[in-house]
Design a protein around this ligand. Structure first.
Ligand code: PLP
Length: 430
């Protein structure tokens, strides 16, 4: 494939945008090479500036669950734009999307809209701190909750130690209030809680993590977190920015039947426009300004264009619940197909999957937390795989730590092409 124009555009971009991108993972730094500049997208395909057509497994990192330029979403945005793009006042459409979200998601009474998943998680933690009067939080190594200071904490030398900042600019003061645990290690979490008695406001977790590959929760792990929170008065925050409106209409809470105290959303809820949201039962949500004391705000929060896209997207999903079965089935087909060809090619691998979240790791060892995911990525095979797939017209995320984002626009023919590409790319791979 030729990427002449993309490379030229990247060179220009680098002169005026740090690293040429507005979000680091787009830069292909982990896999090498120049990023591809996209001109347009439709359904399961994206078209780059050099005219290459690619089958898309990034789907804007999750939002485009029904494929690109989905007509009801695009039409809703166009119609709404004609009436003005932002007023900074309440609008009826905000109530409509809130009503629908509350209907679709179990265990929530009220929802507040923000502009990104980062804002949703940041605000949820502030709310949890305000509600409980406690300051510390527990997060899991390898779970990503956006780029707010409290979350940019990597695993230190074990679950018991205080976190250290992994980005300059995050103060030690902030870092010490974020306690790190290993995903799927319930005993480790219990120990942290024991050692920080009455200091912890919340445990925030991607209930099905998608930012260290896709990690299935071990049996009893999420249930154990719920129980622990019930016993200690700690609030359980499910970050469903990736899994919400994807693993089921009601996200992981519905799929696995486990309730969280606060739930964060992003990605699908905005239909491809910048939207995040957080939600909880009345008792907690009424702690927010202007009713309660916890301040949280946004000039463009609940923006009418964003709400129009989100409402159209959620309406599609609620009126066609078969979509969730359909994408699960497609992902299972892809899983089975890839497994078969990787086995036939003698490639050591592990494929993790929960519903329509899936990741391929080039190691036979189980990938169940951040440490094992990082270990599996060490051999560098993913980079070779990524570039090989791209050369064959398949666009997967340029990182060994991302799930593939499956859209319902993918046809079985697209999936067969993808499986054939995996077969070709992984011949003589080891
Ligand atoms: N939480 C999770 C689970 C995510 O995957 C992401 C983004 O990928 C975020 C939060 C942050 O969302 P945003 O990039 O919209 O700020």
């Amino acid at each position: 494939m030729i990427y002449q124009r993309s490379s030229a555009l990247f060179a220009e971009a680098k002169k005026v945008i740090p690293g040429g991108v507005n979000s680091p993972v787009r830069a292909f730094k982990a896999v090498g090479g120049d990023p591809i500049f996209i001109e347009k997208a439709e359904g399961a395909y994206i078209y780059d500036e050099d005219g290459n057509k690619l089958i898309d497994y990034i789907n804007s990192w999750g939002p485009m669950i029904l494929g690109h330029a989905h007509k009801p979403v695009v039409d809703a945005v166009i119609e709404r734009a004609k009436k003005g793009t932002s007023f900074g006042t309440p609008t009826e459409i905000e109530t409509k999307i809130a009503e629908l979200a509350v209907k679709m998601v179990p265990n929530i009474d009220k929802i507040r809209m923000v502009n990104s998943g980062t804002e949703a998680c940041m605000s949820a933690v502030r709310l949890a701190r305000g509600f409980t009067g406690k300051e510390r939080i527990i997060k899991f190594a390898g779970c990503y909750h956006g780029h707010s200071d409290s979350f940019l904490i990597q695993a230190g030398s074990g679950a018991m130690t205080f976190g250290t900042p992994n980005s300059p600019g995050v103060t030690q003061g902030t870092a010490k209030d974020t306690l790190l645990a290993a995903y799927n290690d319930l005993d480790g979490v219990k120990q942290i809680v024991d050692q920080n008695k009455d200091e912890i406001a919340c445990i925030i977790v991607e209930p099905v993590p998608g930012n260290m590959g896709c990690i299935p929760p071990a049996e009893g792990f999420l249930e154990g977190l719920r129980e622990l929170c019930n016993e200690t008065g700690i609030l359980l925050i499910f970050d469903e920015v990736m899994s919400g409106f994807r693993l089921a209409a009601g996200g992981v809470q519905e799929r696995l039947g486990i309730n969280a105290d606060i739930v964060c959303f992003g990605k699908v809820i905005g239909g491809g426009l910048p939207v995040g949201a957080f939600a909880a039962r009345n008792e907690i949500m009424d702690y927010l300004a202007p009713v309660g004391p916890v301040y949280q705000a946004g000039t463009l929060s609940g923006n009418p264009l964003a709400m129009a896209a989100g409402l159209a997207m959620l309406t599609e999903l609620s009126e066609h619940p078969e979509i969730f079965k359909s994408i699960d089935k497609k992902t299972e087909y892809l899983h089975e197909g890839m497994k078969k060809v990787l086995k036939a090619n003698g490639v050591k691998h592990t494929i993790n999957r929960v519903g329509s979240m899936i990741s391929v790791h080039f190691s036979e060892d189980a990938v169940s937390d951040f440490a094992s995911s990082a270990e599996a990525a060490k051999n560098g095979k993913f980079n070779k795989f990524f570039h090989g797939m791209l050369e064959n017209g398949i666009y997967i995320a340029p990182s060994a730590f991302e799930t593939w984002f499956i859209s319902d626009a993918l046809s079985y023919e697209d999936l067969d092409k993808t499986i054939a590409a995996v077969e070709k790319v992984t011949k003589d791979f080891d």
